[in-house]
Design a binder for this molecule. Structure first.
Ligand code: C2E
Ligand code: MG
Ligand code: MG
Ligand code: MG
Length: 289
């Protein structure tokens, strides 16, 4: 294989490029009207408090089932949807669907904690994002405390002043803000003090090799210490092994999410994990003092 690549290096490369370009165009075309054709669905992955092992929330993850192309990963189609503005419509649908699900679970007497919703930077870019969030909450009759928005640091860093304004408005509504894939954005840490951030999600790439890799262990311990010092909740994503959870616990990580605890599943399938309501919730999740 290597020999072949070496001899035909250029051709191989250009064939790959063509393949990627065609795939891109196919997805781009298929994206148009996908919402109307009801090809999207949300699945939910549980998040747990490490200390008491109770469910603390669920993350809503987008799924696209195309009749001919099959299941397409959001990692592939979201970047394409972002290039053409379709992400705005899709993103609104995701938020509305999650908010309606929160209302439905609440009415069924199920305590899901919070639903975390992934937000594309393109959604925040417009001037009206906070208003859209408010509208959608009203439309779904959803309480703001049921929702958390996950945003990535690379976007907020690029548009810091704008993000501060939008996120402050959203936070004033009572919606929480989490930074997704924390530590992968090549960014300065100064935004942490300017943005209203409730939670940091340690990226799964740091979690993967603990407790073997001393560098990853040092980075994780530092993120937890930093976040706690700033009054934030820390959640680790991509937890697949008991040994990883044990390490996170010794470092006082607050919450965990990953295949060890549950894969993303439909709303119906996750319902048995949701707790029946006890007394009304008084405060947010406990943060280390
Ligand atoms: P993310 O928000 O960082 O989501 C975590 C991804 O890791 C999900 O992949 C999830 O299924 C996967 N995952 C969870 N636990 C584990 C684990 O233990 N091991 C491993 N190896 N993976 C795990 P998914 O659902 O394919 O989503 C990929 C990315 O697509 C998301 O990363 C997010 O950036 C984006 N995305 C998903 N849904 C939406 C959405 O509604 N809107 C936007 N804008 N982006 C979305
Ligand atoms: Mg996420
Ligand atoms: Mg993530
Ligand atoms: Mg990710």
């Amino acid at each position: 294989r290597a020999k072949e690549d070496g001899r035909n290096g250029y051709q191989f490369f250009s064939a790959e490029l063509t393949k990627v370009a065609i795939e891109h165009a196919v997805i781009d075309t298929a994206l148009k009207g996908a919402l109307e054709r009801e090809e999207f669905a949300l699945v939910y992955q549980p998040q747990f408090d490490l200390a008491d092992r109770k469910l603390s929330g669920v993350e809503a993850l987008l799924r696209w089932r195309h009749p001919e192309l099959g299941d397409i990963s959001p990692a592939r189609f979201v970047p394409i949807a972002e290039q053409h503005g379709v992400i705005l419509e899709i993103g609104r649908w995701v938020l509305l669907t999650a908010c309606r699900q929160a209302r439905a679970w609440h009415d069924a007497g199920l305590d899901f904690g919070r639903i975390a919703v992934n937000i594309s930077g393109n959604q925040i870019r417009g001037a009206g994002f906070a208003e859209t969030v408010h509208e959608v909450l009203l439309e779904a009759d959803c309480e703001p405390r049921w929702i958390e928005l996950e945003i990535t640091e690379s976007f907020v860093m690029r548009r810091l002043e704008h993000s501060v304004v939008q996120l402050n408005r959203i936070r004033e509504l009572g919606v929480q803000i989490a930074i997704d894939d924390f530590g992968t954005g090549y960014s300065s840490l100064s935004y942490l003090k300017q943005l209203p951030i409730d939670k940091l999600k340690i990226d799964q790439s740091f979690v993967h090799d603990i407790p073997e890799d001393p560098n990853d262990m040092a980075i994780i311990a530092s993120i937890i210490a930093l976040g706690h010092a700033l009054g934030q909740i820390i959640i680790a994503e991509g937890v697949e092994a008991e040994a990883q959870a044990e390490f996170l616990k010794t470092k006082h990580c607050d919450q965990v999410q990953g295949f060890l605890y549950g894969r993303p599943v439909s709303a119906t399938e996750i319902a048995p994990l949701l707790l029946p309501f006890a007394a009304p919730k008084k405060t947010q999740h406990p943060i280390e003092a």
